[in-house]
Design a protein around this ligand. Structure first.
Ligand code: ATP
Length: 432
């Protein structure tokens, strides 16, 4: 197994239509990336897997989809206006900017020049709502999705019949004017998050914090990430936000080192308290069992769609030998693979293409599948291996006689013959 490098993954993504440089025909825009036809499927599958595991698969979580532009007061109450900033240093010589906490040396990492003193740089993108660009209409693009859940806490409580403990989940775009974006999908200025706010009775928060740490770690493992490349890192007391009771990061060992995929935090009642005070609306919860009223505590697992998509890609990337050639293969979990199967006629004659196209049309009603009749069958398998398609279905001479096809497995490269009419069930079982 050859070592995976970011270069190999980035090249594969460009070559096969997973991720393109954003606005490429205009020379690109720093760290802006576009998902292509295969990338969009992969990313949708990541989000769907999260939504099922965290929202619809549970009876104690519901979803929302809140606006990107929220009332500016939200960001005052949340602490983002005053505190959502990174320390910035400028190089006096080459004028490049760096995050002070990312620079190891006292001089510029690019040219060795002298650096300015660090100053705080707010990461929120400002915009103007309405036609007049005055300060009264300043608003922000949300830097996280979490606040949508807090400001809708009462709406959700009043319209659902949920009782504590319960959660509200959301997937959506967030924007941060990062000082130093980079490492491909890892850090961009526009990205998607998958966040859950799980509200609990104070006193039960430690237990739920542990539960969500474990649940969230297991999610990555269940979707195929190698266990030895994942770890849960508990934050030290000095790393914790002043209100947080605990925080742990799920980290993945990328080619550029161990880096955060997701943070799970025990935020106590900080957010609901802040919004209660700032809005003047009571966000407390009345516990019918104990006849008490209190502000719930919240456990927040906050994950990045793009970061986990990158981790799934990097982790799945492999090279091995097939028929004497080096094969690059994405060993993506079938649930995440953009295409679930590819259908090939062995020959471009004897009615095989028509038969294969019929199978293709039938299966496409159920999940994304591909059809390919160009070049040798070995080449066609290889093309699908490279984009992670877990199953190959070949129509050959025998199909025309007895109605069976071959079903090839991407990882083991073994083939079995099965009747055409059992394909759908067989694929469903194997995809899981
Ligand atoms: P970092 O320290 O890497 O900047 P963070 O701790 O500020 O991240 P959170 O605010 O906890 O990140 O956001 C939750 C998740 O959102 C992160 O774990 C990550 O997966 C994702 N995320 C945050 N910022 C970005 C970004 N600029 N690009 C891509 N994903 C991001």
């Amino acid at each position: 197994m050859a070592a995976v490098t970011m270069e190999k993954v980035v090249n594969l993504c460009k070559r096969r239509g997973f991720v393109f440089p954003g606005s490429e025909i205009y020379g690109g825009l720093g760290s802006s990336l576009d998902y292509g036809p295969l990338g969009v499927e992969l990313k949708r599958n990541v989000k769907e897997a999260w939504w099922r595991a965290v929202v619809t698969g549970r009876d104690d979580v519901v979803g929302i989809d809140a606006a990107v532009i929220m009332h500016p007061k939200v960001w005052e109450a949340s602490g983002h206006v005053s505190g959502f900033s990174d320390p910035l240093v400028d190089c006096k010589n080459c004028k490049q900017r760096f995050r002070a906490d990312h620079v190891q040396s006292p001089t510029c990492p690019a040219c060795g020049g002298e650096l300015t003193e660090a100053r705080q740089f707010n990461l929120m993108f400002k915009t103007y709502v309405g036609p007049v660009e005055d300060t009264a209409s300043v608003a922000y693009l949300r830097p996280e999705t979490a606040q949508g859940m807090f400001v809708n806490f009462r709406n959700v409580l009043e319209t659902s019949r949920l009782k504590l403990p319960f959660g509200i989940g959301q997937i959506g775009r967030s924007f941060r004017n990062e000082i130093t974006p980079g490492n491909f999908l890892f850090r961009t200025r526009e990205f998607e998050q998958m966040e859950l706010e799980f509200f609990v009775k104070p006193g039960e928060d430690d237990k739920w914090y542990q539960t969500w740490r474990e649940e969230r770690f297991r999610w990555y493992v269940d979707l195929g990430i190698k266990k030895e490349k994942l770890r849960l890192r508990e934050h030290g007391k000095d790393e914790l936000a002043h209100y947080a009771k605990g925080c742990a990061d799920v980290e993945y060992e990328f080619p550029f080192g161990w880096s955060e995929l997701e943070g799970i935090a025990n935020r106590a009642d900080f957010d609901l308290r802040q919004h209660s005070q700032a809005s003047g609306k009571d966000l407390s919860y009345f516990d019918e069992e104990t006849r008490e009223r209190y502000l719930p505590y919240v456990i927040e697992p906050a994950a990045g769609v793009d970061r986990s998509t990158l981790a799934f890609l990097v982790d799945a990337y492999d090279e091995d030998e097939a028929e004497g050639e080096t094969r690059s293969v994405l060993r993506l979990h079938p649930k995440l693979a953009p295409m679930k199967a590819a259908i090939f006629p062995l020959l471009r004659k004897d009615g095989q293409p028509e038969r294969a196209r019929k199978i293709y049309a039938d299966l496409r009603k159920h999940f994304p599948v591909d059809y390919d009749q160009a070049s040798s069958i070995g080449r066609r398998y290889r093309r699908q291996d490279e984009v992670g398609t877990p199953f190959g279905i070949t129509v050959d001479h025998d199909t025309m006689k007895d109605g069976t096809v071959t079903l090839r497995d991407r990882d083991t490269m073994t083939q079995v013959r099965i009747p055409e009419d059992r394909l759908l069930d067989e694929l469903r079982t194997r995809i899981g």
